[in-house]
Each structure stands twice: as structure tokens, then as C-alpha cells.
Design a protein around this ligand. Sequence first.
Ligand code: TXA
Ligand code: MG
Length: 328
Amino acid sequence: MPLTLTTRTILTSENAPREAARCLTEGGLVAFPTETVYGLGADATNAQAIARLYQAKGRPAFNPLISHVATLADARRIAVFNEDALKLAKAFWPGPLTLVLHKTTDCIVSDLATAGMDTIAVRIPAHPVTHEILHALGRPVVAPSANISGHVSPTSAAHVCEDLSGRIDLIVDGGPVSVGVESTIVGCFDRPVLLRPGGVPREDIERVLGVKLAPRPAAPEASGPHPLAPGMLASHYAPHTPVRLDADSVAPDEALLAFGPPLPDARPAHMLNLSPCGDLIEAAANLFGYLRALDGKHVRAIAVMPIPDHGIGEAINDRLQRAAVGRD
Ligand code: TXA
Ligand code: MG
């Protein structure tokens, strides 16, 4: 797509929610911070704006979008909540959890945003700026992560600018995000299913539900009653540089993405440590920014030390595995 737009960046102090809402009302594309990653927003009721959004990201239109709303009442206007969904909404909203539910019969969200499915992904984000934008607009906002499709998700306004400058109308710069990985996605049908690990650890969700989450179904069942998260492609969240996982050594022409005490005798070309003290929450917040930074160093590969797979570590490992599959 040719670079034709002038992308303005404004700070949250500069009357940003009203500016953002005005731009969205006019069919514009606005990137804004959420607590997980920066989102690229469009008015969820405006099919033309949503078509522009798919084009700006280079995202396949079969991959549906999350509708962001301000209140549970707003969510219930577009999605049908069963008992499990209500429990999860009450426990984790606002916050980094997305629920996939059946659409209401009078759902105002465009069919383009739900890729023609009879289900819808919905979330109430916790970031105050997102809330002000949603209140000012008074309608749901669809927002995928604000990156070129398949690339590493943005955790700062500068990352959004790198990927989408010239392709979108406005960027609201609210500083770095706090969580750093996307929301956890849970499908609430007969049996709740974990469609994507994310900011809310699986263990916390299972504690609230009192049952184990079913694993994500394999592709052939995707059209069945437990829909697959269609965007969970093997390769996603990927830097341009090859990524090597579970590294117990590193070559001099590689970069090291460390976790905890770095490898003994390691002399990598570059090194960043996700969390020297081994804190998974800190590691999640640093993950995408550090992947982008090491990607810019033109090394042969990025070697990543093992990360424990519990809590938010499950989301970190999920993203790293998709990054390791490569983009092409
Ligand atoms: O934290 C987040 O969730 C961020 C912020 C901006 O809210 N958003 C985000 O959106 O990660 P995106 O588009 O990058 O990922 C949304 C995922 C995709 O994998 C998509 O396939 C899945 O949600 N999804 C959306 N609607 C769905 C549906 N009806 N059924 C199953 N999966 C769905
Ligand atoms: Mg994304």
C-alpha cells in the first residue's frame, strides 16, 4: 500500500481522547495505548473504516478483530454472556482478558470485524486513556495490535510509528504499556477453552471457573462449536532476524535475549536481559521491545534463554515460539 497519509502523533495531555474520538467518528484509524500493547482502533460500526484497518495492517480479512467496550452493559449489547463469561468478566475486567462469545441478534458491530462468524471477541481494557476514548466515542472500537500483520506487537508509540507511519491517521502517545503481551483469549461455550495465552495467567482463570480450560482445538475443528482463534497462525509476532529458543550457549555473531543470570562465558554481539532477577511480569513487559531492539542489530540470530512456562510465562513462550517459526 502506498504511503499516502500524514500520521499525526499527540500526547495524552493534548486533549487526546476527544481528538481520537473525533477522528474515529470520521472513519479514521487511531493507534492508542492499552495496558497490554498499543491497539489500532476503528469505529466498530463503520465497515469502510474497518476495511481501511485491514489494509493498513496488511491483515487477512478472515482474521476477526476484538471489540473494545467501556462497560459490561456495553459488552452485553454485542455479546451473549453465559455463567462462565459473567464470572470471568466480573473477576478480570477491566483488564487483559478477551472473551469470545455468541453475537447478540442486534449486535451493532460490523460483520467485517467478526469475519462473518456468529461469534465475537470482546474486552474491556484497563488503560485510562482507552476508557476515555471509548466514553468519548460512545460506540465499540475494534482494535488489533498496532503493527504490520505478523510483526512484533508494539509496546510504545515509537514502535507503532516504525510499522504504521503513513498508513494511519493518528497515534496517541501514552508512554510504554504496563503488561507487554496481548490479552488472554477465552472462548466461553459448552466448555471454556483457552484460545490464546496472554496477560491473565491460565491458573487465575481456572481458579475463578473451578475447571481446567480446554486446549485450543486443532485447525480441522475450527468451524465447530469451539472456534479456533483464527489469527493464531504458526508464524506471528516475528522479528526479521531468526529466533533460536532454549539457548544454553550463544555464538559471537548472535544476540542473546537473557532471562535471569546470563549464560556463563557468553560473549554475544549484543545482549538484553528480560529480567535479571527472573521476574516473569517484568519479562513480559520487556519482551516485544527487546525483540525489536535486537532485531535492529543485524545479527545472525537472536538466541533466547529458557523461560519458565507458568503464569504469564505461558504467554511469553507462546509468542517466542511463533517468533521462532519465522516470517517467510
Ligand atoms: O491485548 C490485546 O488483545 C490487543 C489490544 C489492542 O487489545 N489486541 C490484539 O488484537 O491482540 P489482535 O487482533 O492482534 O488479536 C486478536 C485475536 C486474533 O488472533 C483473532 O483471530 C482472535 O483474537 N479473534 C477475534 N475474534 C475472534 C472470534 N470471534 N473467535 C475466535 N478468535 C477471535
Ligand atoms: Mg496482533
